[in-house]
Ligand binder design. Structure first.
Ligand code: 4HQ
Length: 239
């Protein structure tokens, strides 16, 4: 899979993507990356990429010409073009999985207070990482790339994302490693029992409990079995 990123701050993109799991996937050729500095397409002697808003008001607006110049060749090369923007559709596990089936994404990172509205005609879709405001599209682009790239075959063990909390529609169950006791806190005995059936039943129950306690909205959409409903019923009676 290929990712191209159009940005005013290429170093914000470079360093995270050559680090850790994604860095290794790039080295291994599972993922390829292109980083495109928008300033290269800036206008005039100052290579300007922004200007004052028509109609007045605070803040600057990104001009369309540099963005069109940077993105059109990527579109011509077959990329699906995505603008990171708070007005976009929300990035979810389902959207990450859908995007991971595409061969080529180009991510457009904005800066300043906004973009010229005509830039939206240049993109296939707009994606938001959540209802808060960050100073530029670079961190959202990195979040999207990380969430999508880890689903590309070979980047991580397949089993690691089949069980992802959101894939199952539930939050993850609690996990423990050594030591068996830490500052008086013990690992639940069932996990030490070696009974795989009981371990799996406990994990499912604790995933249900955590989801009910922290994200009941997810529970409504999750595919629950009769056994799940019975377990939830029992928990509600007990505590
Ligand atoms: N932005 N999800 C880029 C965001 C954002 C988000 C605000 C987009 C600033 C320049 N992007 N502009 N949330 O907060 O994607």
């Amino acid at each position: 899979m290929r990712f191209d990123v159009v940005t005013l701050f290429p170093e914000m993109i470079e360093v995270p993507l050559r680090t850790s799991i994604i860095g290794r996937a790039v080295e291994a050729g599972l993922i390829s990356l292109g980083i495109h500095e928008l300033r290269d397409h800036g206008l005039g002697r100052h290579r300007s990429v922004d200007d004052y808003p028509y109609g007045g008001g605070a803040g600057m607006v990104m001009r369309p010409e540099p963005l069109f110049a940077a993105v059109e060749p990527l579109r011509a090369a077959g990329a699906n073009v995505i603008l990171l923007d708070p007005a976009g559709e929300r990035l979810t596990d389902a959207l990450a999985r859908e995007l991971s089936t595409l061969p080529h994404l180009a991510l457009v990172c904005g800066r300043y207070e906004g973009i010229d509205e005509r830039i939206r005609t240049l993109v296939d879709r707009e994606v938001s990482i959540g209802d808060y405001v960050v100073t530029g599209g670079e961190l959202p682009a990195l979040v999207l790339i990380d969430a999508v790239a880890r689903l590309v075959s070979g980047v991580i063990a397949e089993a690691s994302h089949e069980g992802d909390s959101f894939a199952a529609g539930l939050l993850e169950h609690p996990q423990y490693t050594r030591p068996e006791e830490f500052r008086g806190m013990r690992v639940p005995p069932v996990l030490l029992s070696g009974h795989h059936g009981e371990v799996n039943a406990w994990r499912r129950r604790e995933a249900l409990r955590r989801t009910r306690d922290r994200r009941p909205d997810l529970l409504d959409a999750a595919a629950l079995t009769d056994a799940d409903r019975a377990a939830l019923e029992e928990m509600t009676r007990d505590a």
